[in-house]
Design a protein around this ligand. Structure first.
Ligand SMILES: *Cc1c(COP(=O)(O)O)cnc(C)c1O
Length: 397
């Protein structure tokens, strides 16, 4: 089937949630993908920080295949071996004591909201349920996580939102302190805001949040769904910032491409749930967990995040050179391989031209080119991407 008929059928049979899409990707390997017309692309978006170890990593493929041949699904009514092994792996390599598994990022956030409220209620009663989130944050699209999201456009049309969320200025501890009252139970923050325009937290802000949460016994939740799992050049963004949260959400790249989300917590927060309080039919599914175990084993044991840190530096300096050449580049910001190129103009067309030139990136917040290469990227491919960007940028001005 050619791309034009695919486009027509997509229009006819799929709900119109993603807008028009120009290409159909049918194959991927490492940092490259191919479309249904046989064109090759260098993937500097990684499915929005999902394919952190590249496309179809052989160890993930093998683990998923093997698991499919023995057991695809049973139920959380029974012990699930790869789920237990994955939890052990995540606990060994993080601050957390225990895990809960969901199927997606938004579900991990829902779990975090429920955990925070339950923790607070059991200690302080039903009137303590308010969660402080940040403006421009993004936490997902279900009603709870959309309510936690600090962007009007995500909530628009779905009101009333879930009660009990208030929004502070990101990187402004005083604005957080002003919102704390007897109803406050938690603070949720992305260490590096993703959808909000690739904005890193300042180290002081996260340290001050930690101190505030300690002082007031608030649950500090780090949403590392986009910035976690090697992206920042460390296994977790909290390690980059050297600030330990109470709860952390993961998803996106956790399954090496398979859908899975996770809620990690340290004691006593890890002991909040009791049987019947929270569950998902597919949460911790054997295949997703086997894939995630293979993914995390490679990521942690081979210290892949080190390459992300090095390549991030290389890309960042190449981009800074470009910003000196093109006046419409206002800022280059980010951490590790999570980079935003802030323009003084919309980047939709620029992004499209990158694609036509064989480079996949993304445009967020209208004017931020978002770059999220796989963490296994090498210097050559970084230089190729920089060349495409230079070519596309020179068509502007
Ligand atoms: C993508 C994302 C989510 C939502 O994850 P889904 O799997 O799309 O539900 C939540 N928080 C952050 C920071 C994200 O980047």
């Amino acid at each position: 089937m050619d791309t034009t008929s695919l486009k027509n059928d997509a229009k006819k049979y799929l709900m119109n949630t993603y807008g028009e899409r120009d290409i159909c990707i049918i194959r991927g390997s490492g940092a490259r993908v191919w479309d249904s017309d046989g064109r090759e692309y260098l993937d500097f978006l990684s499915g929005i920080s999902v394919n952190n170890l590249g496309h179809c990593p052989p160890f993930v493929v093998q683990a998923a295949k093997d698991q499919c041949e023995s057991l695809i699904h049973c139920s959380n009514l029974y012990l699930i071996k790869p789920q237990i092994e994955l939890a052990k792996k995540l606990v060994e390599f993080s601050f957390a004591d225990k895990c809960f598994f969901a199927n997606s990022g938004t579900e991990a956030i829902e779990g975090a909201i429920k955990l925070a409220r339950l923790y607070s209620r059991s200690k302080y009663g039903a009137n303590r349920f308010e969660i402080i989130s940040m403006k421009q944050s993004f936490h997902g699209r279900t009603m709870g996580s959309a309510s936690a999201t600090g962007q009007k456009k995500i909530q628009d049309g779905f009101e009333p939102m879930l009660e009990g969320f208030v929004f502070a200025e990101f990187n402004d501890i005083d604005s957080v302190k002003r919102l704390v009252n007897e109803k406050t139970c938690a603070v949720i923050v992305e260490p590096v805001q993703g959808e909000g325009g690739v904005i890193p937290a300042t180290p002081e802000f996260l340290r001050d949040l930690r101190a505030l949460c300690d002082e007031k016994d608030l649950v500090l939740i780090f949403d590392e769904i986009q910035c976690g799992l090697g992206r920042t050049g460390t296994n977790f963004a909290c390690e980059y910032y050297k600030v330990v949260p109470d709860v952390m959400t993961l998803a996106k790249s956790l399954g090496g491409g398979f859908p899975i989300g996770a809620l990690l917590a340290r004691a006593p927060f890890s002991e909040v749930f009791s049987p019947g309080k929270h569950a998902h039919t597919f949460g911790g599914n054997p295949v997703a967990c086997a894939a995630a175990l293979a993914f995390t084993t490679e990521l942690f044991d081979k210290n892949v995040s080190k390459n992300a840190a090095e390549m991030g530096k290389h890309l960042m300096s190449g981009l800074k050179n470009l910003s000196r050449k093109f006046g419409f580049i206002k800022e280059i910001r980010g951490v590790g391989l999570m980079i935003g190129v802030v323009l003084d103009r919309p980047c939709k067309e620029i992004n499209k031209r990158c694609m036509e030139n064989g480079l996949l990136a993304n445009c967020t917040c209208e004017n931020v080119v978002r770059i999220l290469p796989p963490l296994i990227i090498n210097r050559d491919d970084c230089d190729k991407a920089l060349q495409v960007l230079e070519k596309v940028f020179s068509l502007e001005s």
